[in-house]
Design a protein around this ligand. Structure first.
Ligand SMILES: [Zn+2]
Length: 249
């Protein structure tokens, strides 16, 4: 992808619309914010599936590698999209991606608002999440402070699924070597939680997804200051590896 296109959210969404029918995905509108639709894609005839995969990117608009990485994975994995059940939010914050900002069109960080039933974005999102049964949730992000890739894993499991996943997606970008990330202990790029932290200023997507019944959520982060192509590739490789290991735990 040419660098100048990284924040062209309409070009991104046009590519998703183009692959939807081949991938047997229906394009739906979550809501419309300031003239831009927030869309999601859902597998046709799979609403009652007990094992839906949740994928999302673009919650923070200054994290373009995540949004384009998710698209890159989708364009290369049409057969997987046809065979399994998915709900995909390709760009939760269209104005943010367009303007290269973390916050949305209201100046708010959406990722502190997913607990709110009366928010115009998280309200309808919560209804969709609560009405379905999930296998795994992947929330794709980037981090300016990161020195490599890392993942937040939220699951009841004692062991972490993430170490096997990360092994397969660190060819271009190494693991973040820090022992503490955002004040949380990190080991080989993994921050694993089994309980919800009580000190958060508002609820992120991955935590609310977990609270609403998704048994495992992984928030993947690539380092924003690294090359865009490497970040896109790492994000796509992460989605592929995570779905593989969720199927074969
Ligand atoms: Zn983010």
């Amino acid at each position: 992808m040419p660098l100048h296109q990284a924040h062209d959210q309409r070009a991104l969404i046009a590519r998703w619309r183009a692959l939807a029918s081949a991938a047997r995905l229906r394009v739906r509108v979550l809501t419309e914010v300031k003239g831009e639709k927030i869309i999601y894609l859902e597998s046709t005839r799979r609403k009652d599936s007990p094992d839906i995969n949740y994928l999302s990117a673009g919650v923070h608009g200054d994290e373009a590698g995540a949004a384009w990485g998710l698209l890159a994975w989708a364009e290369d994995n049409i057969a997987t999209l046809q065979q399994q059940a998915f709900v995909i939010f390709p760009c939760m914050n269209p104005h943010g991606l367009q303007g290269n900002t973390r916050v949305d069109h209201r100046g708010l960080d959406i990722n502190r608002r997913f607990h709110l039933d009366d928010d115009p974005i998280s309200g309808p999102w919560r209804k969709i999440i609560a009405a379905r049964r999930w296998r795994i949730g992947l929330c794709l992000h980037e981090d300016y402070d990161a020195q490599g890739c890392y993942v937040y894993e939220l699951s009841q499991h004692r062991g972490s699924l993430s170490s096997r996943i990360l092994e397969e997606c660190i060819k271009g970008i190494a693991l973040d070597p820090r022992r503490s990330i955002d004040g949380r202990p990190s080991r080989s790029g993994i921050i694993h939680r089994r309980i919800i932290p009580s000190d958060l200023p508002g609820m992120p997507e991955a935590i609310e997804l977990f609270q609403l019944g998704c048994p495992i959520t992984l928030t993947f982060e690539t380092p924003s200051e690294f090359s865009l192509d490497d970040r896109v590739q790492a994000q796509a490789a992460f989605v592929k590896a995570a779905l593989h290991h969720a199927m074969n735990p």
